[in-house]
Structure formats: structure tokens, C-alpha cells
Design a protein around this ligand. Structure first.
Ligand code: AHR
Length: 661
């Protein structure tokens, strides 16, 4: 314990209290532990926390994007998911009708060069000869489309036919029996002899969380469909993102967003890795790809441009993770890496180049003539030690630094315990472990090197059985870890939980911060835990001491921060991962403000059982509970409940000097 760093009065008082507690034993009459938390809130002992400390990591995993935050309701909208050899599997599209009334199959008649597959529908019945349901196809979306009464949906599709067409477009319940919105596409043979784009709005007169889109006819003949898209009109900032899910991200006030992976960037095989060039430009022309690490198809509606847009909309700095020629099973030799380096430089020009530049002009044509901010890039994901990583890294590093010296570059090689043999601004650090171990790792960076690149903890989470599918216990281990990062934020400059989202219908990784389906969502305790840290980035860290040492059970930090309306707060956070409550005396020294107890509050994340979780049925079982802190003061006796994360938010009033009165 460094008493020298404490203000003398607090140190003396603390020593006195320790003596008493040692003499009488460290427990009160009820057996609760008695502990002091000393906080030095004097301006001179504070240290600024980096502005970027807490952000988010978005990976296309668990249908986080396709069938997740990207609001597109049609799955496999371009019929490409079955591959480019036809006939192919066009699921999840389903035929309406039977073999005698309708035939549907893919062929390569698409008007789009990069995605040649289209769907040919042949209706073999006419008028009343057709079944009452008509014949055609339907798309169930990603485990159902959330159709909401009173809301509008924009349908865009491409169609052609040798004959006139009369196609009914409808949104229906999952069984197709109830129509929620409908419209007709009627066109003469000459109008549709070549592909035409049809765009219309559907307004729902009923709701179904698991609805579907139907395209049916009662007219004998053949028509082709391609690039069938259905989007809710109301999306986050009008940019195509699901409003409810992205609002949950915005509520975290993330300072950065790392994207698009993770392993998704690498691919199991290189030919299945995310390619930014295939994900930009008109959505109709994007080929889509099969992500072979998480094993699902994406139409790439959520592409590089959309990620940059999302970052801008969230006020978060984009952290663009690029593939440096390495997948889980392939490595491009350094002698052959130049085109990959050029491709990366092109991606930067796309984001930052002016609107007359080759790649910047494509961005401008997509509706964003102003450059995007792009200041952070990671060269690869978890590739350190793989064949050619270091050599390839250096090629990327020097090429990017030469063209864009201000871009901060992140290496995959962990520099926390050794000096790196290559230059970097940050080293990437990932940790997935048990709740207990995560708690212990709050001290991990105490002994990390203070020279060399800073740490970017871009993936952390409790993942063993102590996590359940998102337990309170896991969130407490993580909260303690983040407290450790705050206390070591001279070394650690960025941190993000992983993964962010899971569509409950396709859980490829467990646990995750936000669980959702087509219409519902909830935050796991790990999501809510992050709310306790959203004021930390850019705040001032105040030194804290726990006396006597109870570091196997408690973790604590204190920060002072200013709200947008210039009100100041001292936020004290404490994790108690033990199953006993702790009687804590909080002693704050060095404050130059008085405390406004009416505006002070306390917030707790806890539950009766450490393994408690939230669920669709009980989404708020473990969420922060806030109450007024009427006895807010520089000296407070509080009880820290077992298995809890608690904050004391002291509202600081401006000091009033006698001369001002
Ligand atoms: O977060 C899930 C995965 O964990 C990421 O894709 C990868 O980087 C890590 O192994």
C-alpha cells in the first residue's frame, strides 16, 4: 500500500482505522468484512484516461449483421447463396404451390455481372385453375420478418418476363394465411421484356413478429426475379440499421467501433474472407459471400461503407481490421503480398480520399462526399506467429505509414510481456477465460511494459461455464477487469467486449452482450456492466486504495468526469465478486468541490444468484438499479452486497469562495 501517495490526513485516518479493525478483527458483529476504500480526488494526483478507452467490437458472427443490425428482411435476396453453378439451392426461399402448378429454380440470367444467379418462376396454372393461395415463392427472412402494424416497408426487386405480368406482393403471417400488406406489380410484356427495377412501399395493417414476404400470381407464364429487398422505412438515422439494436449500442457511448471481425476478416480459407471491394457500390451489384468461419451466407448489404457510416452515426472512431493475406488455413507469401497492400491502401482512399479520387469517388457516389474519419487500423486478426505474419505486417505497416502517417496501426502480437520486434502503435490483446480468472486479470497490466506500443484489449469476455449464456458472475469478473484497465490506462488505451450480438436462432458463439431475434432483444449482464464504464473515456482517474487488502474479492476505481452540460461527478465503482457482503467506509480526500447529495445517485447491478441471467421472458432480471444517494459525502459507510457491481455517483458542486458570496 502506497501511503506516500495518499493525502496525509486520509493516510493517517486510514492507518488508524486499519489498527482498529485489526484489533477487533476485520469483521463486524454480523460477520461482514469491514474495509476502507480511500480515494484521493485531488486534482494533482488525477491522471487523464485516454479518450478512446471503451468502445465496441462488431463482428459478423451469430448473424449479428445479416439478420441482425442490418435491417434487410430478405435472406438470400439475390439467390446467390447456393453458389454460382445452377441449378442451385435457393433456400430459404420456398415455393408456394405444388409441382404441377409451379416450377421454380435458379439460372444465370441476372442483369448483374458480379451476381449472375436469378430465380425463374414458371406458373403452370391460370385464374381459378390456380390454388386459392395463388402460386409463387415466399421468403421467411431471417427466422421470420418483424412486420409491425402502421409501419412502412420499402420493397425493391428486379423482374423480367417474356409475357405480361401480374404479381401480387404481400407481407403475411408466418403461415401465409393472414395478409398484413399487399400490392400488385402489373406490367405489359414490352415493359418487362428486359429487366426492370420495381420499387414500392407496403404499409402494414397488422403485426407478425415472424412474418414473410410472398410473391405470387394467378397468371400462367414465366417470370424471373432478382435482388428482392425489403427494408423497414424507419431505420437508425435513415441509414439502414435496425433501430432498436443500434440504439442499444448508442446507449453505451462507444468511443470506437472495431469491425468487421474477428475471424470473419480472416476466413477459414482466404477465398471466403470478407473482401471490402465486393461489399461497396450499389447493393444490387454486390456478390455476397459465404463466411466459412461462422458458416453462413451474407449478401454484404452491410459492407465497408455501411460500417464507416455506422461509426460516424455512433460518434465512434472506426477501427478497420484488414486481412493481411492470412486466413485460418492459408498464408500469402510476402513476395506475393503487394496487391494485398495496394488493396488496403485503396480501402483507405475509399474512406478518406477526396471525392475526385478513384476510390473516394465511389464513396461519394454512395452518398458520402465528405471523407470518413479513419485513424485506426489493425493488420490482421489473431495472426501473430502464423506463416508470413511478421513479414507481411511490415509491408503493410510501412506502406500505410508512408501514405497516411497519422493512422495508428495495431499489431496482432502481444507486447504485454515482451518487447516486440516490429513497430506498432498498439498491440492487440484478447482474453477469454473464467469469471474468477477474469477477475484476477484486473492486475494483469500492472506489470506490463510502460514503454513500447500501447495495449488494445480488443476482445475480452468470460466464456467458460461460469458465463452460462450471460451470467451476472461473468459480468462481475469483466467489470473487475475493466476497473483494472482504468487503473492501468497509461498502458491500455482501448478495450472492447466480444462478441457484441447474437441472433438467438443461430448462436455460433456464447456468450454475447446483446441477444435478439426478429422482434425482441435484451442485454446480458455483460452488456449492462459496460454502462458503468461509459463515462470513463476521457475522464480523470483518481487513485484508490482498499484497506486492508481484499483484492481477491473487491476491485475499485474512481473517476471524475464532466457531463455535456458541464456538471462534474465523482464516480466510484466497486465490484464485490465474493458471496459475503462487505462493510465499506468510503473516504474521499482532496476534493475542491462540495457534494450535491440531491443530484448524487448510486447504481447497482446484482441479483439473488450469481448465475442469474436475462432472457426474452425476463429481459430485466439483472439490470442496473439506480437510486438517489441522499447521504452522499466525503465519508460514507456503505454495505457492498455479495455478487454486485455498484457505483456511487457524487455530484460535485462548484466551490463557492467567500469572496464570491
Ligand atoms: O469473438 C469471437 C472470436 O474470438 C473472434 O472472431 C476471434 O478474433 C476470437 O478468436
Amino acid at each position: 500500500m502506497d501511503f506516500k501517495r495518499m493525502s496525509p490526513i486520509i493516510a493517517l485516518y486510514a492507518v488508524f482505522l486499519i489498527c482498529i479493525s485489526t484489533k477487533h478483527g476485520a469483521c463486524d458483529l454480523e460477520g461482514n468484512k469491514s474495509v476502507i476504500l480511500a480515494i484521493d480526488a485531488s486534482a494533482q494526483s488525477g491522471r487523464k484516461i485516454p479518450d478512446t478507452l471503451f468502445g465496441i467490437f462488431f463482428e459478423e458472427i451469430n448473424h449479428a449483421g445479416a439478420g441482425g443490425i442490418w435491417a434487410e428482411l430478405v435472406d438470400n435476396r439475390g439467390f446467390e447463396a447456393g453458389g454460382q453453378n445452377t441449378p442451385s439451392d435457393f433456400s430459404p426461399w420456398v415455393i408456394i404451390g405444388n409441382e404441377t402448378t409451379v416450377l421454380a429454380g435458379t439460372d444465370r440470367t441476372s442483369p448483374f455481372k458480379r451476381n449472375p444467379v436469378a430465380l425463374r418462376v414458371q406458373a403452370n396454372c391460370d385464374g381459378n385453375g390456380c390454388p386459392s393461395t395463388c402460386v409463387g415463392v415466399y421468403n421467411p427472412g431471417f427466422w421470420g420478418m418483424n412486420i409491425e402494424h402502421g409501419k412502412g416497408y420499402e420493397l425493391i426487386l428486379y423482374v423480367k418476363s417474356l409475357d405480361s405480368i401480374n404479381i401480387t406482393v404481400s407481407l403475411t403471417t408466418s403461415d401465409g394465411l393472414q395478409t398484413l400488406a399487399t400490392s400488385n406489380i402489373v406490367a405489359s410484356a414490352s415493359d418487362v421484356s428486359n429487366w426492370i427495377k420495381v420499387q414500392l412501399e407496403l404499409f402494414a395493417i397488422g403485426s407478425a413478429p415472424n412474418g414473410r414476404l410472398q410473391l405470387t400470381t394467378r397468371k400462367k407464364g414465366v417470370f424471373w426475379l432478382d435482388q428482392v429487398s425489403l427494408m423497414p422505412i424507419d431505420t437508425y438515422m435513415g441509414h439502414g440499421f435496425r433501430k432498436d439494436l443500434v440504439s442499444m449500442l448508442a446507449d453505451l457511448k462507444p468511443r470506437f467501433i472495431r469491425f468487421p471481425g474477428g475471424c470473419y476478416v480472416e476466413g477459414e480459407r482466404l477465398w471466403n474472407a470478407f473482401r471490402w471491394t465486393a461489399s461497396i457500390g450499389p447493393w444490387e451489384e454486390r456478390p455476397g459471400h459465404f463466411g466459412d468461419v461462422w458458416n453462413y451466407w451474407t449478401d454484404d448489404g452491410l459492407g465497408y461503407f455501411e460500417f464507416l457510416q455506422l461509426a460516424e452515426d455512433l460518434g465512434a472512431s472506426p477501427v478497420w481490421v484488414i486481412n493481411n493475406g492470412i486466413s485460418h488455413r492459408d498464408s500469402v507469401k510476402t513476395t506475393n503480398i503487394s496487391p494485398w497492400v495496394q488493396d488496403t491502401l485503396n480501402s483507405i482512399e475509399f474512406a478518406r480520399g477526396d471525392s475526385n479520387s478513384t476510390w473516394g469517388s465511389i464513396r461519394a457516389s454512395m452518398g458520402h462526399p465528405e471523407p470518413f474519419q479513419l485513424n485506426y487500423m489493425a493488420i490482421g486478426n489473431e495472426n501473430c506467429g502464423m506463416n508470413f505474419y511478421r513479414e507481411n505486417y511490415l509491408k503493410f505497416y510501412y506502406a500505410i505509414k508512408e501514405a497516411y502517417p497519422d493512422i495508428k496501426l495495431i499489431t496482432n502480437c502481444d507486447g504485454s510481456r515482451r518487447t516486440l520486434d516490429h513497430p506498432a502503435d498498439y498491440y492487440d490483446f484478447h482474453t477469454y477465460t473464467s469469471a474468477r480468472n477474469m477477475f484476477r486479470q484486473k492486475d494483469y497490466f500492472n506489470s506490463a511494459s510502460k514503454s513500447g506500443p500501447k495495449a488494445f484489449v480488443s476482445e475480452y469476455a468470460v466464456t467458460d461455464s461460469s458465463a452460462g449464456t450471460g451470467s451476472l458472475l461473468a459480468s462481475l469478473g469483466e467489470a473487475a477487469f475493466l476497473i483494472g484497465l482504468e487503473n492501468n490506462s497509461d498502458i491500455v488505451e482501448m478495450a472492447s467486449y466480444a462478441p457484441l450480438f447474437v441472433n438467438a436462432n443461430d448462436r455460433r458463439w456464447n456468450p454475447d452482450a446483446i441477444v435478439f431475434n426478429s422482434a425482441q432483444m435484451y442485454g446480458t449482464p455483460s452488456y449492462w456492466m459496460q454502462h458503468f464504464f461509459k463515462e470513463s473515456s476521457g475522464a480523470t482517474l483518481n487513485p484508490t486504495w482498499i484497506l486492508p487488502d481484499l483484492s481477491s474479492q473487491l476491485a475499485a476505481s474512481a473517476v471524475t468526469w464532466k457531463s455535456s452540460d458541464h456538471a462534474s461527478y465523482l464516480k466510484i465503482k466497486i465490484v464485490n465478486i465474493g458471496s459475503d457482503s462487505v462493510n465499506l467506509k468510503i473516504l474521499v480526500s482532496g476534493l475542491t468541490h462540495t457534494i450535491n447529495s440531491l443530484s448524487s445517485s448510486t447504481t447497482i447491478l446484482t441479483s439473488s444468484n450469481a448465475m442469474d441471467e436475462n432472457s426474452f421472458l425476463n429481459p430485466t432480471k439483472v439490470v442496473p438499479q439506480k437510486s438517489v444517494l441522499t447521504d452522499a459525502n466525503t465519508e460514507m459507510d456503505v454495505v457492498i452486497s455479495p455478487h454486485s457491481l455498484i457505483s456511487f455517483d457524487l455530484a460535485l458542486a462548484q466551490t463557492v469562495y467567500a469572496a464570491d458570496m
